[in-house]
Design a protein around this ligand. Structure first.
Ligand SMILES: [Zn+2]
Length: 418
């Protein structure tokens, strides 16, 4: 299988049966969204310019398929319909060299989630350039672990727009989230800074800002953490990556172990966000796109506390957050509020949403919806989801990293089914 264009540029498109080729309109739009530059990291090659003649131009880029135009092509169909595979969401603009490279070995090296991340980061960068905003866009590409507890070393993981870390309890999922967060928040490393218990920790995070940068982190102890950018020692990484992480309050909020909290306090503590900011975000939940939660509203009770009511798909509207929603429904509300925060943050700062415990209570069907929601263009941030082995669900849009057993062998691949 080849990409939709056998020729470069717009190509003389002769529609073939059973091939989800892009229309000329889709090709032009995806090219324009990329400002006619290749989306492959570090390439950025211009794919349009003057032709030999005085009054004409030539375009050499290619609208490549993320999921294949044919069922058995690179990266497969991803379970998408024929029409979805013809849509602009399934197209990425690349130079001829990179369009050919992503399809080698049936696309194994470049799963759909990786291509989606390339496309998103490039388009965000173009959006900023067009708006004249000097904001940084960024993306975490990989984590290479040289010395660490839990993991067999060396190990390298790559991340997509949405990545599912999939494995048993104690297989290292939380450790990976802590270490990633440690690139901008040393506090997240403190648990791992006990040399007697864990030995020394050393890893390297490659991110695109959008130029490829390598940040090495060496943790000797709680107050000895060294950072190196591209081999040069630095006191800390000045490139901000904001991590949005839901905090585990051992959440049954009704649990005896926790003092009763108003809904606003509960949300504030779970999201680690000031209650005033939580209030500002509530009306923005579910007003567009693929979310499954909406209609969040506050009610001041007579005893002075504040209750939050919400509409969750599949339930009757207007249920109370803590009193009436089940654990999984509450998780969905939290995830979508956190997504509002991450979405807003990602307009200016590279942002990663770390979703650890809240995904535990979601069944496969809801996981698939959440993955689809977090993969969509309305959410221009990166997400890493922890998931225990059972109930993985099919996540064609996500990169799935499986952590096997206590030694945490790493196998990487897109998952197609349970
Ligand atoms: Zn290129």
């Amino acid at each position: 299988m080849r990409r939709s264009d056998s020729a470069t540029g717009w190509g003389p498109m002769t529609p073939k049966k059973n091939r989800a080729d892009f229309s000329r309109r889709v090709k032009i739009d995806v090219a324009k969204r990329s400002a006619y530059r290749c989306c492959f990291p570090d390439c950025e090659r211009t794919t349009t310019g003057p032709s030999e003649s005085q009054n004409d131009s030539i375009t050499t880029g290619i609208a490549a398929h993320i999921f294949s135009a044919q069922d058995n092509g690179p990266r497969g169909s991803g379970g998408l319909s024929f029409e979805s595979r013809q849509s602009i969401e399934n197209a990425i603009w690349l130079c001829a060299e990179h369009a050919s490279r992503i399809d080698k070995n049936n696309g194994m090296e470049f799963p759909a989630s990786t291509l989606l991340s390339y496309k998103r980061i490039h388009e965000e960068k173009i959006r900023h350039e067009r708006d004249g905003i000097a904001a940084k866009t960024g993306w975490i590409h990989s984590l290479a672990i040289d010395r660490a507890p839990i993991f067999r070393t060396p190990t390298e993981l790559q991340f997509g727009k949405v990545t599912v870390l999939h494995g048993d309890n104690d297989s290292g999922k939380t450790a990976l989230c802590d270490w990633l967060q440690g690139i901008s928040d040393p506090q997240a490393l403190s648990k791992w800074a006990d040399p007697k218990r864990y030995g020394n920790l050393s890893f390297e995070v490659t991110y695109l800002d959008p130029v490829r940068q390598k940040l090495r982190v060496r943790v000797q102890s709680r107050d000895e953490i060294e950072y190196f950018i591209n081999g040069e020692p630095v006191p800390f990484d000045p490139n901000p990556v904001r991590f949005v992480r839901l905090k585990d309050l051992r959440l049954n909020p009704l649990s005896d172990r926790l003092p009763p909290m108003t809904d606003l306090d509960f949300l504030s503590r779970t999201l680690s966000v000031n209650p005033a900011l939580v209030r500002n975000m509530l009306p923005l939940v579910g007003i567009q796109g693929k979310g499954t939660v909406g209609g969040l509203r506050l009610d001041h009770l007579q005893d002075g506390s504040i209750r939050v009511w919400t509409d969750v798909h599949g339930t009757s509207p207007g249920l109370s957050l803590q009193k009436q929603l089940s654990g999984s429904e509450r998780s969905r509300v939290l995830i979508e509020i956190a997504a509002v925060f991450a979405r807003h943050s990602a307009k200016r700062v590279p942002t990663v949403f770390l979703l650890d415990w809240a995904a535990k209570s979601l069944d496969s069907r809801w996981m698939s919806l959440i993955v689809e929601f977090l993969s969509s263009e309305e959410n221009p941030f990166q997400t890493i989801i922890e998931r225990v082995t059972n109930g993985l669900g099919g996540h064609d849009m996500a990169r799935v990293v499986s952590l096997n057993g206590n030694t945490a062998d790493v196998t990487i691949g897109p998952s197609t089914s349970e």
